[in-house]
Design a protein around this ligand. Structure first.
Ligand code: ZN
Ligand code: ZN
Ligand code: FE
Length: 763
């Protein structure tokens, strides 16, 4: 009799790999086991989660199916192995608490937007957390930004100052509760709270803080709001004066500002949102998405002047929901900082640094340990693509195709991120920003220290850019570790290879602003061939002289003048096109070769063409000329300009001068900026296609990666991918990390890893 019974019973050991720790996986398994009447246990170990279940075969099968089909929202299962064991005749199912494991890297989750369950409670007047701005559970709330050290337990977070009340503790201890082991668990009785301070430092009491904030926003005031990864500055997006005042005070003339809407439906009145964009907007990462302006309603023009896209974001903390629910309209929500400085995170720091910007401050006492800006995405050619990978994504790893030594890559000096590798994972930091001031460099150092500590990674090598003048390069060389310099565009190529798990040599079309070349000139329009260990500069945009590096970047008319001069070899220049500028100054600089530098940059070519058409002779934020030239484009179904490619020694040169002559002639004949933009974009697409074909002919390589900041240009990216594919290339572009310099550190890290492996092989 017993014999027959045991045959219908089974015991399985299931090992689950992936992102399964700190995401509510064990309580999920517990509840699933109870539901199916199974006994056994679940525990965390160094590989992920181990489960042993025992019960009748039918229930075991049901358990297995549900485990894979409906894991907790934050979990990602990458591998699942099952062994059959002998029966153990357990009496119950247990969660066995884990001892601290040496490999703890999977434990840290990104910050997560407030979940549906918590939102329902937030707006339920009978709930004990009704309107409580810090409501959270196992499936949502702050993580990365409040963790000081590991393991991820309350005493090691900024929640340590708050002792849970008996009700909260009971939830925390109950495996079947949604708040089982939710480290930031809190309620109005025991948790953090908010308060208001005016710009003179006086606290504003009486009435609801939320109502006071909303009244002030309606009155056109600028409110500093402490959020998840830092402070925001909020103003009424429909109030021209308020937005204007914010821009002046923040010293941010024209760069687009992001707008937070109460919900998706309201957002659709201002921008078009496709299904992919909608999914991203309501995701737990809750990034800013750059959507096309359209629809019956418009935010005022000052929010994103001259831009056909608007950065939109939905409320992602309970506090946002409370404010937006009551305000019920679009709010500008921009990082609270002076231009180019890192976002504020501390109360005192905010009161001090934002004293001349904000009219009032909505503060709270849950400390932010590590700042993290909002992430930014744009949908191009059927895919959501990161422009800035930060809050909600960090420190979730990029999975690599294999294991290897640990390295630290420090990125570049613009849009900086850093990257640490451990086994088959690459951990990229949040957006750190431009290394232009003391605050940024301190933030850079702090982020590295923090990542190394919480991930317990000790790198063997530091990888940096080749640029000798970069802060990041100099920092790397000061550390007491082996270093490796990597060429900027090689790192771009490797970044794109890495995120797609490519290992064979590829053709890289790297269209970029500025990167230091191996020959000391400034590169940026590169046709490379290579892999992680080596690269060859197969071709590049013709070198052009740039008058006064930084001055030219800020004033595209200078580049336009210089390129026109060179296009006509200094003779019979159609000066009519440039007479409105001080062109003689530039001519003189070129003739005497004073303060000039050689560049093959695609970004500078965009600047030159834009300025010649009268678009942005001067720019007010980085990339403005290229963006506005792109937005002038209406179609690429037009004849291209001349796009010659000639051989010069072993290299192919994409000839810029004949192109510039062509454009000048078209302008002389009365072409407008739209026509020039259309034909110029078509030219670049044809040029890159032809370059890829030449590279394939020479090498037999059929895989193309597209990287570099210029591929944020949707006309180029969405135009080039299909024509390359029609020509039977396998094409890869960025979807996990930014195509701009924010993705650089990932490529550097992989190159560093292969370098170490090669060194070890050579022994
Ligand atoms: Zn929740
Ligand atoms: Zn409580
Ligand atoms: Fe770059």
């Amino acid at each position: 009799m017993t014999q027959i019974l045991t045959q219908d019973f089974a015991r399985h050991r299931i090992r689950v790999h992936g992102i399964v720790q700190g995401v509510g996986f064990r309580p999920f398994v517990y509840n699933l086991a109870i539901k199916n009447g199974l006994t056994g246990f679940v525990t965390n170990n160094s590989h992920g989660v181990e489960i042993q279940i025992e019960g009748d075969s039918h229930s075991v099968t049901a358990f297995m199916q549900q485990l894979e089909a409906e894991p907790p929202p934050l979990a990602i299962i990458t591998k699942l192995t099952v062994d059959h064991l002998n029966l153990n005749h357990d009496q119950s199912f247990e969660i066995i608490s884990s001892h601290r494991e040496s490999n703890i890297t999977t434990l840290i989750s990104p910050d997560v937007a407030v979940c549906r369950d918590c939102l329902t409670e937030l707006f339920n007047p009978t709930d004990r957390r009704f309107q409580y701005p810090f409501i959270n559970c196992t499936n949502c709330g702050p993580r990365y930004t409040i963790i000081e050290s590991i393991p991820y337990d309350r005493p090691f977070t900024s929640m340590r100052n708050f002792k849970m009340c008996p009700d909260c503790q009971a939830e925390y201890d109950n495996p079947s509760d949604r708040r089982f082991h939710a480290q930031p668990n809190a309620c109005p009785e025991c948790g953090p709270h908010i308060w208001l301070i005016d710009r003179n430092g006086n606290s504003m009491t009486g009435g609801s803080e939320i109502t006071t904030v909303v009244d002030n926003l309606r009155a056109g005031m600028i409110v500093a709001i402490k959020g998840l990864g830092g402070f925001h500055l909020a103003v009424n997006a429909s109030d021209t004066n308020a937005v204007d005042r914010l821009r002046k005070r923040k010293n941010r003339e024209a760069k687009p500002l992001a707008v937070m809407f109460p919900n998706l439906e309201k957002t659709r009145q201002y921008v078009t949102i496709n299904p992919d964009e909608a999914e991203l907007l309501v995701s737990y990462q809750s990034p800013i998405v750059l959507c096309k302006k359209s629809g019956p309603r418009h935010v005022n023009e000052l929010v994103a002047p001259g831009n056909n896209r608007l950065g939109v974001i939905l409320p992602y903390t309970p506090l946002h929901h409370l404010i937006l629910h009551e305000f019920d309209g679009p709010l500008v929500m921009t990082s609270a900082n002076l231009s180019d400085e890192p976002i504020c995170i501390e109360n005192d720091e905010a009161l001090h640094r934002l004293a001349n910007i904000a009219d009032l401050f909505l503060l709270h006492n849950r400390d932010i340990y590590l700042r993290s800006d909002d992430s930014v995405f744009v949908h191009i050619n059927g895919k959501n693509r990161p422009v800035r990978r930060s809050r909600g994504f960090v420190p979730r790893p990029i999975f690599l195709s294999g294991s290897g030594p640990s390295v630290l890559a420090v990125g570049g000096d613009l849009k900086n991120t850093v990257c640490l590798t451990a086994q088959e994972r690459a951990f990229m930091s949040q957006h750190i920003g431009d290394m232009e001031n003391l605050e940024s460099s301190q933030f850079f150092q702090r982020t590295i220290d923090h990542l190394e500590r919480v991930l317990e990674i000790e790198p063997e090598l530091i990888v940096h850019d080749l640029h000798p003048g970069y802060f990041t390069t100099q920092w790397a060389q000061k550390q007491h570790l082996q270093t490796l310099g990597v060429q900027h565009h090689h790192a771009h190529l490797a970044a794109c290879m890495t995120e797609h798990g490519l290992d064979e040599p590829v053709i890289g079309i790297i269209a970029d602003g500025t990167g230091y070349g191996t020959d000391g000139t400034i590169w940026g329009g590169e046709i490379l061939m290579g892999d992680y260990t080596r690269f060859e500069r197969f071709g590049h945009l013709e070198n052009m002289l740039l008058p006064g590096g930084d001055a030219a970047i800020k004033a595209p008319w200078r580049t336009a003048t210089a390129y026109l001069y060179q296009a006509f070899n200094g003779k019979n220049i159609p000066v009519d096109l440039i007479k409105k500028w001080n062109y003689q100054l530039i001519f003189e600089m070129l003739e005497t070769k004073t303060n000039t530098a050689q560049t093959s940059s695609t970004g500078r070519l965009f600047d030159a063409v834009a300025a010649l058409c009268g678009i942005c002779p001067e720019i007010r934020y980085e990339g403005q000329a290229a963006i506005e030239l792109m937005q002038a484009c209406t179609t690429t179904d037009v004849p291209p300009f001349t796009f010659g490619i000639k051989s010069e020694g072993p290299a192919k040169i994409l000839c810029v001068r004949p192109l510039m002559r062509d454009i000048a002639l078209a302008l002389m004949e009365g072409a407008g900026s739209i026509e020039i933009s259309n034909r110029f974009h078509r030219t670049l697409i044809e040029w890159f296609l032809k370059s890829a074909k030449l590279a394939r002919q020479a090498s037999g390589i059929n895989t193309v990666v597209l990287s570099g900041g210029v591929f944020q240009n949707e006309v180029i990216l969405a135009g080039l991918i299909p024509v390359l594919e029609r020509n039977k290339f396998c094409v890869y572009s960025h979807i996990q990390v930014p195509t701009n310099d924010g993705g650089l550190s990932l490529g550097q890290a992989m190159i560093g890893r292969k370098y170490l492996e090669t060194l070890k092989e050579e022994g």
